[in-house]
Design a protein around this ligand. Structure first.
Ligand code: ATP
Ligand code: MG
Length: 558
């Protein structure tokens, strides 16, 4: 396996771009990623980020980061900050400054006046209930509002008063005058401005009217000279409105919107509203809980930007259903870490072994390399002493057939060390094994024992030398592939009660000074990363399990 960049996978959007560049329609491409700062980004957004920024990179174009900040009640500075951090962490940089739809509020207002002047927008006084009633249904045409034929002058005056704060919230809207009988509900005179007295994170209280998303988005794209406006399929029915607005205002550029399917990832959810519910109801410790499918959660768990980008490459872009199993993401991460993570030994569920034929107080060290394929990662001494920790699961009192780990009277190889025989198990009053008495074969260091085969190899650490560590064993957050698939049940019912097990384990001392966000392979156990928030170099390490070594999810649950 190599870490060389993987070949790009073509898709219908690339084909369109290739055609547009070949025909000279565009000299270069400009894309944008347009999040609303109303939550943390998740793995679905990562797909969109990799697409938009990835295209700009590959075609030497530009990609803007533009906040769609038209919904002041739900938006916050914290969200906006986290989104910028996430995009940068994924390895992308937007062109120039961060942009905000609110930068265009004045221009958007002027374009609305243009539409009114052209007789293409009107102020409506219907109540929201009446509006719904007049709107009709999928099978029934809507009715024109009694205010639809207001004069241009009256509309200009009312709209100016709306802006000036003359009317209460929700009492009036500005609507595009399109077609109340359109088979496309989005074209039935959609509202383009509403009255809302809400403090805005950027414009404060300067405005009490806010433009609607559909109206804002296309104009913002055009003002920024976006060539290809890429969004998810649910916006397909909004495209006629996108085009209608741009066809009816005086603006130099008319970007084209293309839709692709959203990522749905099994065993998790990708709805900001539901992710927020997990946080507010305390099912997780926060937006960056390592079990969350948020970019900050994946980061904290130890997922790498390269692994996430590789995942995005593998799932591709199309218009057909993009439901992907978690195992696809996990293996992209695992393959990336396989190349990068130094390997050390750690014991998660410790069982003490006393090596009875090894002198107390004595230490013997052997050098072990950090990675079999990367000698440049270096090596560290692995100390051996009379008392060692092994994994409790590596010992069995009643071993099943084919058991290759430790059993009474049996032998295993201690990784990088001797062959060990178990002579006796010590139990507590209730019959639990609390310690093993074992002996080593001194003639097995770096060579096979004479006259017999020892198949099993187990990991271990020296009690006197290892560091105590908190090891958080994270698993999938949900027990079923589609936690929000059953509309009659709350998705929280499917939370995996074993999604976090906190273990007090032991790890080799060589990790002592590892900074936060350092990843190791714990041999035989998986990939583990020092916690971004709670790990401090030099003190008791805090590790998060990023991913196990093999995909054992399906097997364990058979
Ligand atoms: P909201 O309901 O809050 O608008 P959203 O998921 O659409 O939620 P945005 O912040 O508007 O969130 O999304 C920014 C961009 O990310 C949009 O272009 C959107 O299409 C894209 N996106 C969101 N979810 C996914 C997903 N699951 N797969 C691919 N792209 C997504
Ligand atoms: Mg959205």
């Amino acid at each position: 396996m190599s870490s060389a960049p993987q070949p790009t996978v073509s898709n219908f959007i690339r084909t369109i771009i290739d055609t547009d560049l070949a025909s000279g329609k565009h000299g270069g491409i400009v894309t944008r990623f347009p999040p609303e700062p109303n939550g943390y980004l998740h793995v679905g957004h990562a797909k969109s980020i990799c697409l938009n920024f990835g295209l700009a990179q590959d075609y030497r174009g530009k990609c803007n980061l533009r906040f769609d900040d038209t919904n002041p009640e739900k938006e916050s500075e914290e969200y906006a900050q986290s989104i910028q951090d996430d995009v940068r962490w994924l390895g992308f940089q937007w062109d120039g400054e961060v942009r905000w739809a609110s930068d265009y509020f004045e221009q958007l207002y002027q374009y609305a006046i243009e539409l009114i002047r052209k007789g293409l927008a009107y102020v409506d006084d219907l109540t929201p209930e009446q509006m719904r009633e007049y709107r009709g249904t999928l099978t029934q045409a809507g009715k024109n509002s009694p205010h639809r034929e207001r004069s241009v002058e009256e509309n200009l005056d009312l709209f100016a008063q709306m802006r000036a704060g003359a009317f209460p919230d929700g009492s009036r809207v500005l609507r595009a005058k399109i077609d109340m009988a359109s088979p496309n509900m989005n074209m039935r005179d959609p509202a383009i401005y509403r009255i809302r007295r809400a403090h805005h994170i950027r414009t404060g209280d300067a405005w009490c009217i806010y433009p609607m998303y559909d109206y804002t988005h296309c104009i913002s794209d055009a003002l920024e000279g976006i060539t290809h406006s890429l969004c998810t399929l649910e916006f397909e029915d909004h495209r006629p409105l996108y085009d209608w607005v741009l066809d009816n205002v005086t603006i130099a550029c008319h970007p084209r919107q293309y839709e692709f399917s959203r990522l749905e990832l099994h065993y998790t959810i990708t709805s900001k509203r539901k992710l927020l519910q997990l946080v507010t109801e305390g099912h997780v410790s926060g937006w960056d809980d390592p079990r969350m499918p948020t970019i900050s959660g994946m980061r904290r768990r130890g997922y790498t930007p390269q692994g996430i980008r590789e995942f995005a490459r593998r799932i591709g872009i199309s218009k057909s259903d993009n439901t992907v199993d978690m195992a696809v993401l996990e293996s992209a991460i695992r393959e990336d870490l396989e190349l990068k993570a130094p390997r050390v030994m750690a014991v998660v569920k410790p069982l003490k072994v006393v090596v009875t034929n090894f002198v107390e107080g004595q230490t013997e060290s052997r050098e072990a390399g950090f990675h079999p394929n990367h000698p440049e990662f270096g090596a560290r001494p692995v100390p051996f002493a009379r008392e060692i920790w092994i994994e409790a699961d590596d010992f069995s009192e009643n071993p099943p057939g084919g058991w290759q780990r430790l059993a009474i009277g049996g032998e295993v190889r201690l990784r990088y060390s001797y062959v060990l025989r178990c002579d006796e198990a010590i139990k507590d009053a209730s019959g639990n094994v609390i310690e093993l008495r074992c002996s080593i074969d001194r003639d097995t260091l770096g060579k096979n024992p004479a006259g017999r085969k020892v198949k099993g190899v187990i990991h271990w650490v020296s009690c006197a030398h290892a560091l105590p560590a908190e090891i958080r064993l994270y698993d999938r957050l949900f027990t079923v592939p589609e936690p929000d698939g059953d509309k009659s049940r709350d998705f929280c019912e499917f939370i995996n009660p074993g999604s976090l097990v906190v273990a007090q384990g032991w790890v080799e001392a060589c990790v002592k000074d590892a900074p936060p966000e350092t990843c190791y392979q714990f041999e035989r156990l998986g990939y583990f990363s020092t916690d971004r928030r709670e790990h401090q170099p030099g003190s008791r390490p805090v590790f998060n399990r990023t991913v196990t070594l093999k995909d054992s999810w399906a097997k364990e649950r058979e």
